[in-house]
Design a protein around this ligand. Sequence first.
Ligand code: ZN
Length: 337
Amino acid sequence: MNELPRLAPNTCPAPPNWHNSHLAHKTLNTIMITPHSMSRILTLSAHMLREHEDPGKFLAWIATHGPAILPELAAMTHSEHESNGLFRMLGIQIYNHMPLERNSFQLAPIPRPAPNAPCDCGSELKYKRCCKTLEMFKETPDFGNLLFYSLSSYTNKDLAMLPDTRINTQDLAAVAWELFDAGEDRRLLALLEPWFKPGVELNKRQVPLFDLMADLYFELGNPIKRKRLIERVCQSRYKPLAAEGWMRKASMEMDANKPADAWRSFSKAQQLDPDSPNLCVLEVTMLWSEQRLAELKSRAQFWLTRLKRNRNTPPEVLEIIEICCHDPASLFGQELF
Ligand SMILES: [Zn+2]
């Protein structure tokens, strides 16, 4: 990346006495930073961190170059010392929330020195007399999912190694949804396909990614790949994932006007994961589309008690199910889910 500032040497003057600083009552959360500058510093930080292993060098870099990237934050400080300390603290927060490849995409917070140990900023003061006083800034700005930034410098080809790491696939799915919404189909394909390659074991980790993979093949007009994907997922030894496969198959069969096949697939899913809120949604939708209102009412009652015990049930599902228990006809003309 051309605009990446050069790495500064690891020098860092001591901050002043922060207890008396005018910044003392603020946290990083309350300091206004525009989303554009924030996204720029996070992107640059992710690039730096991918190139340079040492968090110390990263902190020195952000202390030196941060003020040019985030002038609104620099404007709040009254001296180079203050600015240096504040940007180092921001750097620590960024590092602590950035999943990096060298940590197998797990978070690995920078250890802080003991109070009487020398401060790690290079001031030669004790930590308690130096940067510890900055800990009032340890509240994190609302970074959201920093994995998006970690991966921003990865080529499409680089993404193929992700299944060999310990990356959190819930977070990865959030990145994938952003790509999906932005219409970045090629990138999304490069991100998702390696997870479903022949030879890769399908287990719990694929659960957050499967729906998106199937949706993407649908968007791209690739019914053969979609069908193969679903068939493979149905065979997974991890039951909740296999159940998702059968549910997907059932809704496709319903759409293709093959209700008998759809109900067979539904039963398979039911055997594998009987308490899944998704299964409830599917059953109610299927009964609804066949206009079997009396059955719909009694099944909704059954599901309501069951789902109330399941903390993972989305509230909007419970809401629709409650209506289905009493007056499903009032939902006519609406999309159920
Ligand atoms: Zn220090």
